[in-house]
Design a protein around this ligand. Sequence first.
Ligand code: TYD
Length: 213
Amino acid sequence: MHRGIFLTVEGGEGAGKTSVITLVSEFLSSSGYSVVTSREPGGIEIAEQIRSIILDTNHTKMEARTEALLYAAARRQHLVEKIVPALEQGQVVICDRFIDSSLAYQGYARGLGIDEVLTINQFAIDRLFPDLTLYLDVRPEEGLRRIHSRQGREINRLDLESLSFHQKVREGYLQLAERFADRIVIIDANRSMDEVFVDVKEQLQSFLDKQKP
Ligand code: TYD
């Protein structure tokens, strides 16, 4: 059994994951935890290479199952090379996206089926589900508005999807939050980062309190 804590942060485009991860990381570090942050798809060399294949805007021919399998493959390598060793050393791992992204994007929004995508991902993660997942829930209109007002951010293939796709992603996440209510908490991310972080801190604290023997 691992001794560390595995946290994931999930959300649609422009939900504010990056800011929340920075804040959570600072909060936990200042509370004495040793923190490692990572992201998916990517986090390590092999997975970053798979990421560049998946997110290449020229790859318009990429079929939905191919995409789902590539995400799962990148996840496996990232888990084995980076997440598991950090947890074994007792660290807190904060990962920007993990299995729930595949379930919401490929499983629900792309229509492959949450259960089908869960099956291939169970093969990939071998029961290593996050201990806590913060789902930053933002209306797609607000999320996309934030992204496009940010200067210099690269537009990837998935950003080009229609608003209705992002709406489906959100519906998928909300279903997952109900199904995996024991580990997923919903944070209302339509508000300012200060307000969001008050909630995030509260959720983290109550999670940490439950971990104490
Ligand atoms: P990225 O630029 O990292 O987006 P973000 O800043 O929103 O995290 O690109 C990651 C994209 O990959 C994002 O659109 C979500 C998508 N994705 C999936 O569809 N399935 C997955 O399993 C993962 C990890 C990401």
